[in-house]
Design a protein around this ligand. Structure first.
Ligand SMILES: O=C(CO)COP(=O)(O)O
Length: 251
């Protein structure tokens, strides 16, 4: 079933102690607020996963922000999907534009990560999105379509049903510039149409497509009101419990 989801991506922020405090604050607010049927996820650095899982209840799920493209072995500094799974986490954010651009993550590498994530009973939150020059050259639909096709279309319909998509136009990430509500809806509708062509109406209609990029309490309501926007992947505004809650309650 298509779910409403608000996921935080803390990126490389918070010491362990700070992260546990923030997770507790978010959990308390979620517990005492009527969040209706919204699924709340917090994406923390690896070192937080175990402790954050201990302090959140069953209304808050935890995500890693990356995983290795191998299961185990001599890969110094890497963290594998089975390790993430052993912390009690449920999701893995994959293909974030920061990983694609700063760490050379290609669609080919992402195929391996997606497969390992699913094999280890974790759910990928798969990020896609164009850079400003691609939008200005009117290539944004082609770029997003090929990211989805090359990273995910090897999956069976059953496995694709476990994917959460996050459309994050790179020009809107951390810039304070949000895609307009109309731009978000236009791209999300295009993504859903692309899924219909590959997997049919049922799978497409059941896929949650999140928007990310300078989403805040003040603009979340307008973005989430769109028919094809099923929630958000939130960076900066997920680092303050009240702001994050302001987005969770924006549906
Ligand atoms: O990259 C993002 C979430 O993954 C969005 O970041 P901001 O909300 O800080 O723009």
């Amino acid at each position: 079933m298509r779910r409403k989801i608000v996921a935080g991506n803390w990126k490389m922020n918070n010491t362990l102690e700070e992260g546990v405090v923030l997770a507790k604050e978010i959990n308390e607010l979620v517990e005492k607020t009527d969040i209706k049927d919204v699924n709340v996820i917090i994406g923390t650095p690896f070192i937080h996963l175990t402790e954050v899982n201990k302090v959140v209840g069953d209304k808050v799920a935890v995500a890693a922000q990356n995983c290795a493209d191998q299961t185990s072995g001599a890969y110094t500094g890497e963290i594998s999907a089975p390790m993430i799974q052993s912390t009690g986490s449920k999701y893995v954010i994959l293909g974030h534009s920061e990983r694609r651009s700063y760490y050379g993550e290609t669609n080919e590498i992402l195929v391996k990560k997606v497969n390992l994530t699913l094999e280890n009973n974790l759910l990928p939150i798969f990020c896609i999105g164009e850079v400003l020059e691609e939008r200005q050259a009117e290539k944004h639909f082609d770029v997003v379509k090929s990211q989805i096709a090359e990273g995910l279309f090897h999956l069976s319909a059953d496995d694709f049903g476990k994917i959460v998509l996050a459309y994050e136009p790179v020009w809107a990430i951390g810039t304070g510039v949000t895609a307009s509500s109309a731009q978000a809806q236009e791209m999300h509708a295009f993504i859903r149409k692309t899924l219909v062509e590959q997997y049919g109406e049922e799978v497409a209609n059941n896929t949650s497509i999140l928007y990310g990029g300078s989403c805040k309490p003040s603009n979340a309501k307008e973005l989430f009101a769109n028919a094809d926007v099923d929630g958000g992947l939130i960076g900066g505004a997920s680092l303050k419990a009240e702001d994050f809650m302001g987005i969770i309650t924006a549906f």
